[in-house]
Design a protein around this ligand. Structure first.
Ligand code: ABU
Length: 846
């Protein structure tokens, strides 16, 4: 371990701890033996007591912040200036003993212990780099030492309970966050991502940022962190579609991130990166080879283009002279001269790390000197001396702490004062990289919430990048041509239905119409017309009606289709049901003509059940508009950063499955029963329902179509065109086929009747001619007469049989008495088994 130190006035540097003893001996010798010359600023070169400081500078490390490269020369400058200032610490000389921590906390701790366990006693410690400051400040309180950090931004350091004796001239990294939030709001970004290196300084900054984002309702889409390799973290950002990313890492990690940004194409018009502003201007092209970064300077430049940086203002912005007597320019010139002496090519813009923070290191030494000045005065009042401080002397430590707390001056970094947490209060500046150079865009005063913005920002394609892919919801609607064609066919169906109603009414007296129950047929037609009407309503989606009206439409079409189906199907069902009943009735019941009201009653009952059910459904859990969301699609015909999110409207109740279950169970039962009855009565012809076989065929058709359509439409419900076409075609086909089967033969028969102008009317299969009817009537009459005669004959036969029985009994009695001749037995003819009178009305078809 080497300890480097210099005596402030001479700027002399010695190496190794063994030299410290030599240095002290030299100082004693020069103070006591040699005459005391006067310094350049006129400070008497009398015997000056030394006040020793410990310094920890990160310089030669490979990661983290190696800001000691510029901060150490700046601190040395400050030490010289303080020691040469006759008004400051008269009779005292500040001496700094320091070493390199490489921004490694372990090494930093070792440097600290070396400083503490080796004489002379240090009155205060100066440290830089957050990780080292954290370690040092946590330990130093045990030695009653105040620690002043010139280069530590970690917000964690603002915890007074944990770091009781810490002050810092470096502002906390949290000062960036209000600025970032302000910019996010300014550019309308409400969805951001965070990429951070896994170091306490960044973790605590992110925690503060998250809290502020939450307050401002800015969504943090993802927070990715990495230790050394950012590849996976950057990949995750892409996966999450992050567009606005706040990146928090040290500069070496920043170069790795930037190369990954290039590889993952996370730059350009769709992305904005917020980086930390304290990297040097050309940070993105430095040390690429040495750090094994697999990107060229050009690629790095491309990836870095347009990014924003936020940073606390660390250089006093005014031209006024500061407490040190220098203006900012004076300081800059002197610093440049010092850095050049150390071999930095300042003239070509090659600044060492920590150049930005150099004023903070300079002011840190001034703050120490001013605080010591105050402490000396305070201690003198108590008859005590600052140089008598030991690591166990709490009283002097407290005086130093209080003096530090009260220190306020105008430094080269601006007004230097410490908050209750020991933090620096600062203005932040925003820069943007344009053509490879940082351009100042504005300042944000976090105390007054005031953003000064120059409006010089530049965006690729001249447009502020979006914080997300804009998702356009597009309503999936039924194709217009499909809607028009189906509606046209349905319209034809409605007209055809109305024509048939007119036809049925006009020819209601014709036998063929009369015996087919015209009223039931009309009900069937009304039902089909309502079903056709539903085709118009099913296709009326968001392209035609508003969202509110769509909900109403859901109920309307449910009602119309249900009532239409029940009327149409119910009328057919009632016919086959009656026919089936006739085949199963007893003789006396079937003697009478079919009562039409029984058919109407059945239809009315079915409709009544339907109305009650629909009313309950509508009142309890009405149908409403529900959106089905589909996965987003990327449009191929646009350059815009948009994605299409298709949505489809559906009609649903809260307990949709229950309602549908009841509906399908009831209707399914009716359909299956209809199929069964139709099958049972397939070969029967009934006089009073002359079209029963055609109706049965229609029931097959409707039932089969419904039983296929219902499950299929449930499966394809997400395909609006297919679903609409399927439903519409099922309605159209079932209705048209039914109307064709039941009514076309009647129309033809009536038309032929009219054309031939004769009484003879032809009827196709299933119909009966007038002649047939008359003959049939005559036969029935004859049958009845013969039945009556047969009845009379049977009565007569019965009487004769009884008489004969009586005679036989009498004869047997005589034979028993006289034992005379036995008469021959009398054969009684068998009685006729009555015929099934159903056949009077029902014939088995050949
Ligand atoms: N501005 C440099 C800060 C370094 C650090 O916080 O570690």
């Amino acid at each position: 371990m080497r300890i480097w130190g210099w005596s402030g006035s001479g700027g002399e540097m010695l190496g190794g701890s063994r030299w410290v003893g030599f240095l002290l001996a030299w100082e004693v010798f020069t103070c006591l033996i040699l005459p005391h010359p006067r310094g350049a600023e006129g400070k008497p070169k009398e015997r000056r007591r030394e006040l020793h400081l410990g310094g920890i500078f990160p310089i030669n490390g490979t990661g983290g912040w190696q800001g000691g490269q510029a901060c150490q020369p700046a601190a040395k400058m400050a030490l010289d200036d303080v020691n040469n200032n006759k008004d400051l610490l008269p009779n005292y000389k500040l001496t700094l003993h320091w070493n390199d921590s490489e921004c490694e906390p372990g090494l930093g701790a070792a440097v600290m212990y070396d400083l503490l366990y080796n004489d002379p006693i240090k009155l205060m410690l100066l440290a830089g780099c957050s990780t080292v400051c954290t370690t040092v400040a946590e330990a130093a309180k045990k030695w009653n030492l105040v620690v002043l950090c010139y280069g530590a931004s970690s917000p964690a350091l603002s915890d007074r309970n944990r770091f009781k004796t810490l002050f810092r001239t470096h502002p906390s990294a949290t000062v960036h966050n209000p600025t970032r939030i302000k910019l996010m709001k300014k550019f309308g970004w409400s969805r951001v991502a965070i990429l951070q290196q896994a170091e306490e300084v960044f973790i605590s900054t992110v925690e503060d940022l998250e809290e502020r984002c939450k307050q401002e309702k800015i969504e943090i889409v993802t927070r990715q962190s990495f230790l050394t390799d950012p590849t996976e973290a950057v990949r995750n950002l892409k996966r999450q579609d992050a567009r606005i990313v706040v990146g928090l890492f040290y500069v070496v990690a920043a170069r790795r991130v930037l190369c990954e940004i290039y590889k993952q194409r996370l730059f350009g018009k769709s992305y904005v990166w917020f980086f930390i502003g304290w990297y040097e201007d050309n940070w993105y092209e430095n040390g690429l080879e040495a750090e094994g970064i697999n990107c060229t300077k050009e690629e790095m430049r491309m990836a870095a283009e347009g990014h924003l940086t936020t940073e606390a203002v660390m250089w006093y912005q005014d031209t006024k002279r500061t407490t040190s007597g220098m203006t900012t320019d004076d300081f800059r010139n002197r610093l440049h001269a010092e850095l050049k002496k150390k071999g930095f090519d300042i003239d070509n813009g090659r600044y060492p790390e920590g150049y930005q923070e150099a004023p903070l290191a300079y002011d840190a030494v001034w703050a120490v000197a001013l605080a010591f000045n105050r402490t000396i005065t305070q201690l003198a009042k108590k008859g005590k001396r600052l140089e008598d401080f030991t690591y166990t002397n709490r009283e002097i430590a407290e005086e130093i702490y209080n003096a530090m707390d009260e220190t306020a001056f105008l430094g080269v970094s601006g007004r230097t004062a410490f908050s209750e947490q020991g933090d620096r209060i600062a203005l932040t500046q925003v820069e943007q990289m344009i053509d490879g150079k940082y351009n100042l865009q504005g300042y944000y005063d976090i105390e007054n919430f005031n953003l000064t913005w120059y409006g010089k920002e530049q965006w690729v394609a001249g447009k502020v990048p979006q914080d997300r892919t804009i998702e356009k919801t597009v309503l999936r609607t039924v194709s217009l041509s499909l809607y028009i064609s189906m509606s046209t066919v349905a319209g034809v169906g409605i007209v055809w239905g109305l024509v048939l109603i007119l036809f049925t009414y006009t020819y209601r007296d014709r036998k063929i119409i009369e015996l087919s129950h015209p009223v039931t047929n009309t009900l069937m037609l009304v039902g089909h017309i309502l079903c056709f009407l539903t085709v118009f309503l099913v296709g009326l989606d968001g392209q035609f009606v508003s969202e509110r009206l769509f909900g109403v439409m859901c109920s309307i079409r449910k009602w119309i289709l249900s009532i239409g189906f029940t009327l149409g199907y119910g009328a057919m069902f009632s016919k086959v049901w009656r026919v089936h009943r006739l085949t199963t009735k007893n003789k006396s019941a079937t003697k009478h003509k079919i009562q039409p009201w029984k058919l109407y009653l059945l239809v009315a009952s079915l409709v009544a059940v339907e109305v009650i059910y629909l009313s309950i459904w509508t009142l309890v859990d009405p149908l409403r508009r529900v959106e089905e969301l589909f996965p987003p699609e990327v449009p191929i015909d646009t350059d815009e950063d948009v994605r299409i999110r298709p949505i489809l409207e559906h009609c649903e109740s809260h307990y949709n499955n229950i309602w549908l279950g009841i509906t399908y169970s009831f209707k399914g039962l009716l359909l299956v029963l209809g199929l069964f009855l139709s099958y049972e009565t397939r070969s029967l012809k009934v006089r009073h329902i002359n079209d029963s076989r055609l109706v049965a065929m229609s029931i097959y058709n409707v039932a089969v179509l419904c039983l296929i359509t219902t499950p299929v439409t449930m499966i394809i419900s997400s395909q609006q065109d297919a679903s609409f076409a399927f439903v519409a075609l099922a309605i159209i086909f079932s209705s048209l086929i039914t109307m064709g089967l039941v009514f076309v033969p009647k129309v033809i028969a009536v038309w032929q009747e009219g054309a031939e102008r004769s009484d003879r009317s032809s009827a196709p299969e299933g119909g009966t001619t007038k002649e047939d009817e008359e003959r049939y009537g005559k036969l029935l009459g004859e049958n009845e007469t013969l039945q009556q005669i047969l009845g009379q004959k049977e009565e007569r036969l019965k009487l004769l049989r009884n008489k004969l029985e009586e005679k036989n009994v009498a004869r047997r009695r005589v034979e028993v008495v006289s034992e005379g001749e036995r008469p021959p037995p009398v054969t009684v003819p068998p009685t006729t088994t009555p015929r099934n009178n159903n056949l009077e009305q029902i014939e088995v078809s050949s």
